[in-house]
Design a protein around this ligand. Structure first.
Ligand code: CTP
Ligand code: CA
Length: 228
């Protein structure tokens, strides 16, 4: 493709990025979703493309522009995101940035629920598939490098390290989403801690585009050498 860097360090690598929220319908007018602008995920997809990777971006609804030179799959629900992610295999690397809704309404009705009948005070929920965990724990054909995100408050590093172990991913990009002037949610800047098997690395606050470039550099470094 014209935008692909034919000599980039990620040339020939196939990389999945999940981004944005997922949206879980309750009825034709209502849904449950997570908060996510998609900005960091889209920036990462573009930075990987600029390094020459073949990028598949599986995205929930966002206000971001569809990037050129990237294969984009637009989805709504976590189940659709899981399916599109599986369909992207085999992969050298997966970067799961999406803010996936943990639960969905057990029953999606095509009839609008009327509040005077009290149908909205108790919505039975069921757990969604975990894309990061599924990819991380594949027995065969697992992507060589699986990267997850952890948006946390309070003990950010503690929660994120526990999450890395629980999910079985290789790296976690952790950020503090406590409300405040430096909060990354929705904004253009981010301050993260990269947790790898080599330890924790706190990056100074920078733009989401710079976080994306630095992460793409780290991914290129980790994927150096022949594809297995
Ligand atoms: N993730 C995913 N599929 C899910 C839930 C999460 O792929 N159903 C991924 C996210 O894209 C992110 C990572 O898992 O990379 C961490 O998500 P997070 O919501 O922080 O973790 P959970 O295990 O859902 O724990 P909790 O929300 O309770 O903190
Ligand atoms: Ca979650």
């Amino acid at each position: 493709h014209f935008l692909k860097n034919a000599h980039g360090p990620l040339k020939g690598r196939r990389i999945l990025v999940t981004a944005g929220p997922t949206v879980e319908p309750i009825d034709p007018v209502r849904f449950i979703a997570n908060r996510s602008s998609g900005k960091q995920g889209y920036a990462i997809a573009e930075a990987l493309r600029n390094h020459g990777a073949e990028v598949i971006l599986v995205t929930g609804p966002t206000h971001e522009k569809i990037p050129a030179g990237i294969e984009v799959k637009q989805v709504q629900s976590a189940r659709e995101m899981m399916e599109a992610s599986n369909a992207a295999l085999p992969l050298d690397c997966a970067v799961c940035c999406a803010a996936v809704a943990d639960y969905r309404p057990e029953i999606e009705t095509t009839h609008k629920i009327k509040k005077e009948r009290g149908g909205l005070t108790n919505i039975p929920l069921t757990e969604n598939p975990d894309i990061l965990k599924t990819l991380s724990q594949m027995k065969e054909g697992r992507p060589r490098l699986v990267v997850g995100f952890a948006a946390e408050t309070d003990d950010v590093l503690g929660h994120a390290e526990a999450k890395r172990n629980r999910k079985g991913c290789d790296w976690i990009v952790a950020n503090d989403v406590s409300p405040g002037e430096h909060c990354a949610m929705g904004g253009d800047r981010n301050s993260i801690i990269l947790i790898t098997d080599k330890g924790d690395e706190a990056w100074p606050e920078m733009s989401k585009a710079d976080v994306a470039r630095k992460l793409a550099d780290s991914i290129a470094e980790a994927l150096r050498g022949p594809t297995l």
